[in-house]
Design a protein around this ligand. Structure first.
Ligand code: GDP
Length: 440
């Protein structure tokens, strides 16, 4: 995420490291590079200029030059300013209505339908809500089908009236349906166009006026940079929306939209989309994003994800197996599944402080466990539960079956052995505290 920007900012701060003494001149030079980095990331010119002016004023105010570690202080000032620019505090969504009505707006292709599904899934699984999805696109039958597919995937009901050509009526009927059937959140997905046009704006304005949503969210593709900001402005002028959803942050986005949008429309980014799957949704925390941009990682999010996936019962089962020396490849596989649920590897690595920089030239496969899984799948049940039986002949067969090399099988066997040993050690005397520390 935002690799290029992170890289350039890092280089800007290097100017200070290269000098024995820090002077007003090289602080100015550093900030000039910071500004250039922001412009390259497609941040609006005025915003980038204001940004460096503010940081400079603060730096002078705090007398950066006389502090012990001026470079670090400057990085901190940039981080604080970035956080402020992206909205400061985290913004929640208003779920106060009965039902709470959420209206989704945005251009076609921005990721509106996908996000409607993600939000419904999030509210259902994390907030214990009973959401109803509503298909209000009267122009593209495919859009209605798409929402039904999404709804089936996450087990959320979808309300649609394929014959009705009046989106206001559909939305109103959906809310009636929700009230009568105990749904407490209604998420209305609307029609989008490829570009802003009057007809679309009039239509969504009518729906907005008729259903008076608690939340109107504007969905925008982060990859579109400055265009994202302009579209946001056009929609905000009509809808005065409550928050922004930035999608496709997993792609090769430069970051300009994330950084500029708040100060242009003065509305917070509430969520981000980080993939096509239904669980690729994150609450937007300005400070965590600023830290990631500056290569400081995002340990808090990483730990949160680990905690979310942590299954206590499963952990206890595994602990028992280790104690009885019964930990096998099937258990190893189920551990891998748990890690995979945390997100894709590239994304996870980006959350480790310093790691995204250190590993920027390392090709990380989206599915880093593919080979390991293939190898384990090629093992017989006996081999999985009693790895000791795997001899050279069996290894050759497993390699062939999984399309891997025998060295890869060997490597996995070795890793597995080391892991089993370590786990046994943690079970022994003195190991209890270690397990506790790791959440076991
Ligand atoms: P809509 O026309 O606004 O409803 O957009 P869709 O929900 O149909 O999304 C358009 C395309 O973008 C689809 O192929 C989605 O799978 C994809 N998409 C949506 N959100 C994300 C995201 O966060 N990351 C990535 N990589 N793709 C996304």
């Amino acid at each position: 995420m935002f690799d290029n920007l992170s890289d350039k900012l890092d280089k800007a701060f290097h100017i200070l490291k290269g000098h024995g003494k820090i002077t007003e001149v090289n602080v100015a030079e550093t900030l000039k590079e910071v500004r250039r980095a922001l412009l390259d990331a497609d941040v609006n010119f005025k915003i980038a200029k204001d940004f460096t002016t503010k940081v400079k004023e603060k730096a002078i105010g705090q007398d950066v030059l006389t502090t012990l570690q001026p470079g670090q202080l400057l990085v901190k000032l940039v981080k604080d300013e970035l956080t402020e620019l992206m909205g400061g505090d985290v913004a929640g969504i208003n779920l106060s209505g009965t039902p709470s009505v959420i209206l989704m707006s945005g251009l076609q292709g921005s990721g509106k339908t996908t996000f409607s599904g993600k939000l419904a899934n999030y509210l259902k699984t994390k907030k214990n809500k009973k959401p109803l999805l509503v298909a209000c696109d009267i122009y593209r039958p495919a859009a209605i089908n798409q929402l039904h597919v999404v709804g089936d995937q996450i087990g959320v009901e979808v309300y649609s009236e394929p014959e009705n050509k009046n989106p206001v009526e559909i939305a109103q009927n959906a809310i009636k349906h929700a009230k009568a059937n105990g749904f407490n959140v209604v998420i209305v997905d609307t029609a989008g166009r490829l570009a802003v046009d009057q007809e679309m704006m009039d239509e969504i304005a009518r729906v907005h006026k008729a259903i008076q949503p608690q939340e109107t969210l504007f969905v925008v593709d982060a990859m579109t940079g400055q265009d994202a900001v302009n579209t946001a402005k056009a929609f905000n002028d009509i809808l005065n929306f409550d928050g922004v959803i930035l999608t496709k942050l997993d792609g090769d986005t430069r970051g300009g939209a994330a950084i500029s949008i708040k100060s242009v429309v003065n509305k917070p980014i509430k969520f981000v989309g980080t993939g096509e799957k239904m669980d690729a949704i994150d609450v937007f925390y300005p400070i965590r994003m600023a830290e990631r941009i500056l290569g400081m990682g995002d340990v808090v999010s990483l730990v949160e994800r680990a905690q979310e996936q942590f299954d206590e019962e499963e952990a206890r089962k595994i602990q028992k197996k280790i104690a009885k020396n019964e930990f096998g490849f099937d258990d190893f596989l189920s551990q891998i599944q748990q890690v995979k649920k945390m997100g894709n590897m590239k994304d996870l690595v980006g959350m480790i402080p310093g790691a995204s920089k250190a590993m920027k030239d390392v090709e990380i496969e989206d599915d880093a466990f593919k080979h390991i899984e293939a190898i384990i799948h090629s093992m017989t049940p006996l081999e999985r539960s009693k790895p000791a039986v795997i001899d050279v002949k069996r290894k050759a067969r497993i390699a062939k079956g999984s399309g891997t090399k025998i060295e890869q099988v060997n490597q996995l066997m070795k890793q597995f052995e080391q892991m089993s040993k370590m786990m046994k050690m943690m079970q022994g005397p003195g190991g209890k505290n270690l397990m506790k520390m790791m959440g076991g």
